[in-house]
Ligand binder design. Structure first.
Ligand code: MLT
Length: 242
């Protein structure tokens, strides 16, 4: 079960469809509101809502335990779900994410981004965030990836992005959750990730009893999408060892 980042959507995981060829049953849900199909749906008030939706989905598709992971915001939701329902986890994947809560500066930046979404829509959010989402190597050499990310962001309605910003802003610190994780965990990060940099990933892995860490070369914050072959190799090696 792979949970997507902000401000993208489930289609960011398209390069990971290849895991199905290796025999894995891959589930990539879109967070509430992000699919734009039900604009009247009650937006998420907290990350607990997204985590609850993931738990409900697992029940609906009759999966008792899964390898559950996410990238960045998807990682926040993964830790939120572990806090509430560790029994759902066979293993965990934390990609380009963090366990601590927002600082005051980050909260202020979220308020600014909400204003950007309100005034300029999703395309303006993409303009604002892409320089930090993508690593320097991707921005310099892979314009196609930048266009792909822009399209993924623009597909979302601003209302979903605003609700997600508020939900992330209110999330509690999950550092103590790391200490309680008993299942195997893969902590993976792009070498050029400026939002959740490699030292942060190492520190997270050090607190998880059965963690292994992997750094993806020439990738930024969206490591799964920027370097899919290397990301998939790290993920498959982890899954094969389970
Ligand atoms: C993400 O990639 O999901 C976001 O950068 C997370 C955040 O805004 O904290």
């Amino acid at each position: 079960m792979l949970l997507h980042a902000f401000p993208l959507g489930a289609r960011m995981w398209e390069p990971q469809h290849a895991l199905a060829d290796a025999g894995w049953h891959v589930v990539m849900p879109q967070f509430r509101g992000f699919d734009c199909r039900e604009p009247d749906e009650v937006p998420a008030a907290s990350l607990d809502d997204y985590a609850g939706d993931v738990a409900d989905l697992l029940e609906t598709i009759n999966i008792e335990r899964a390898v559950i992971g996410g990238l960045s915001m998807g990682g926040y939701v993964t830790l939120t779900l572990y806090r509430h329902a560790p029994e759902l986890f066979a293993a965990m994947v934390l990609a380009d994410t963090r366990a601590d809560a927002d600082t005051a500066d980050v909260r202020r930046n979220r308020d600014r981004l909400i204003a950007v979404a309100e005034s300029g829509g999703s395309a303006a959010v993409a303009d604002d965030m892409i320089p930090k989402l993508l690593g320097a190597s991707t921005r310099a050499t892979r314009p196609g990836t930048e266009m792909q990310v822009r399209a993924l962001v623009a597909a979302n309605i601003p209302r979903a992005l605003i609700a997600a910003q508020r939900a992330m802003s209110n999330r509690p610190d999950s550092t103590s959750v790391l200490d309680s994780i008993e299942v195997p965990a893969l902590v993976v990060v792009g070498e050029e990730d400026v939002l959740t940099p490699p030292p942060l990933a190492s520190a997270m892995a050090a607190r998880i009893a059965r963690a292994q860490a992997s750094v993806i070369p020439a990738a930024g914050h969206l490591s799964s999408l920027e370097q899919p072959a290397a990301f998939n190799a790290a993920l498959t090696a982890f899954l094969d060892r389970l």
